[in-house]
Design a protein around this ligand. Structure first.
Ligand SMILES: Cc1cc2nc3c(=O)[nH]c(=O)nc-3n(C[C@H](O)[C@H](O)[C@H](O)COP(=O)(O)O)c2cc1C
Length: 160
């Protein structure tokens, strides 16, 4: 039997989702990582795929990729890591998750939401306005401890 191949595909704008992807690679060992923008032709080569995505204005940014590539992804072992400031148990986070079609949600081997970071530098004017409206402060809540469940899932699947 040939060994299973795994990859983390990450969708980032400000870098925190990339950081989580790198932490997952460091912890899980023999896996690849790639930006979502480069992933279209790559996903065919892998059996086990982690999609790591930032959240933007109520949407899990990679949800359109999941839909677009569902014909391929439905034959893979799949885990979704979402990065954003709203905690996983918040209604807003649940709403974002539920915007992903049920068929895709049901197929996931796991899902977790990890906290991200907010820096005002590089944001568009209207983005700063939105953050001001919600009294959002500059903050970095990224923490390696959140990757534990996905690392375990990867190790279990790669051991099969
Ligand atoms: C304009 C704006 C809108 C955001 N909307 C959400 C949101 O709806 N839910 C959430 O959990 N986080 C939201 N965030 C927080 C980002 O998801 C967080 O900063 C994340 O770390 C960004 O990922 P990245 O660093 O990989 O680009 C928002 C941030 C900005 C700047």
């Amino acid at each position: 039997m040939t060994a299973m191949k795994a990859i983390v595909i990450y969708h980032t704008k400000h870098g925190s989702t990339k950081l989580y992807a790198e932490w997952i690679k460091q912890a899980a060992g023999n896996i690849d990582i790639a930006r979502l923008e480069q992933a279209d032709s790559l996903i065919n080569n892998y059996d086990v795929i982690v999609i790591a995505s930032r959240t933007y204005m109520g949407r899990i940014a990679a949800s359109s990729f999941l839909r677009k590539k569902w014909d391929i992804l439905k034959n893979k072992k799949l885990y979704l890591v979402v990065v954003g400031m709203a905690p996983q148990e918040d209604e807003a986070s649940q709403k974002s998750f539920n915007m992903i079609p049920e068929e895709i949600r049901d197929h996931l081997g796991g899902y977790l939401k990890a906290p991200g970071k907010i820096g005002f530098e590089g944001l568009k004017f209207y983005e700063k306005l939105i953050l001001k409206k919600f009294k959002t402060k500059e903050e970095d809540k990224t923490d390696k401890k959140y990757i534990e469940p996905v690392v375990k899932w990867l190790q279990d699947n790669l051991a099969k």
